[in-house]
Design a binder for this molecule. Structure first.
Ligand code: OGA
Ligand code: NI
Length: 308
């Protein structure tokens, strides 16, 4: 069956031309790909998975000590909201600001859970290196130097969203996470090796992302779609629940500073052949608008699309 592209990260990091072209095509045609040979030690992946499992196994009362406030992006919460298809979202989550280290709010972290802080910290640092190397490659593909995106975006921040999807006997009534695109620059997802849940919209069809043991799933977020002037796609995706098995995932969202104005990069604009397709907007203003709307079959980036 149809699968998202698989990229060998070690070749990418060496500047291999064939692999770089594969990355370009993956971002244009799929907005999603899996990476293998990403250099993050299996031990670090396993510790991260174990830390998440241990957190979600805590009694509800214990987890509620880290509860998300009404306007917080951080903390423990549920996503039991009614989606457009009148299905219920069925997911427990904890979101933490992981990078830069000084922006952590440790009051949201379960510090008395042995190994949790160390596991999340180690994983978040490793996964950020992966995101930065991909950004360096995208910079070159977008006609800049390797540090082009870094100079434009600044040091990327990271929000780690850990998801727990309980098993559900009527998966046709319940969706794990309803369709959405990610607002940030790049998302790197660590998922279970043996439970399928993530699906992406490709040419009008929902395509399941089949786990490859110890690989990571990467997707382009809205901010990179905007910066690339629409060349790279931030794709709608969702997670479905499994009848028998729980599923855990960690989405590391690499994103720019709230105050940064994002818009199409100069190197991606060529008036009049390829005029700017998106308005410039402060990142936080964009995110506020995204959080206030539902996907409704239309891309979030339509919010800033210049009508022609
Ligand atoms: C997300 C997301 C998918 C998954 O957290 O933004 O899309 O498989 N998660 O958990
Ligand atoms: Ni997502």
């Amino acid at each position: 069956s149809l699968q998202i592209p698989i990229i060998d990260f070690s070749l990418l990091a060496k500047g291999d031309e064939h692999e770089t072209r594969k990355l370009d095509l993956a971002c244009k045609e799929w907005g999603f790909f899996q990476i293998r040979n990403h250099g993050v030690q299996v031990k670090i992946l396993q510790k991260m998975k174990a830390a998440m499992a241990a957190f979600f196994e805590l009694p509800l009362m214990e987890k509620k000590k880290y509860a998300m406030g009404a306007n917080d992006l951080e903390g423990y919460g549920q996503a039991y909201v009614v989606s457009e298809e009148q299905k219920l979202d069925w997911c427990d989550l904890v979101a933490l600001k992981t990078l830069p280290l000084e922006q952590r709010n440790l009051n949201f972290w379960p510090l008395n859970l042995p190994g949790f802080k160390e596991a999340v910290e180690d994983y978040s640092i490793e996964v950020q290196k992966v995101a930065e190397e991909i950004n360096a490659n995208l910079s070159i593909l977008m006609g800049m130097e390797r540090d082009g995106l870094k100079r434009y975006q600044g040091e990327l921040k990271q929000l780690m969203r850990m998801n727990y999807y309980p098993p559900c006997s009527s998966p046709d009534l319940v969706v794990g996470v309803s369709p959405h695109s990610d607002g940030g620059s790049l998302t790197v997802l660590l998922q279970d090796d043996d439970v399928i849940g993530l699906q992406i919209k490709h040419k009008g069809e929902w395509i399941p992302v089949k786990p490859i043991p110890n690989a990571l799933v990467v997707n382009i977020g809205d901010a990179i779609e905007i910066m690339s002037n629409g060349v790279y796609k931030s794709i709608e995706h969702r997670a479905i629940t499994n009848e028998k098995k729980a599923r855990i995932s960690a989405a590391a969202f690499a994103h720019v500073d709230d105050e940064l104005e994002i818009g199409p990069l100069d190197s991606m604009v060529d008036d009049p052949h390829r005029p700017p397709m998106y308005k410039k907007i402060k990142y936080i203003d964009y995110i506020r608008q995204v959080l206030a709307r539902k996907m409704d079959g239309k891309a979030h980036t339509d919010l800033v699309k210049i009508q022609t």
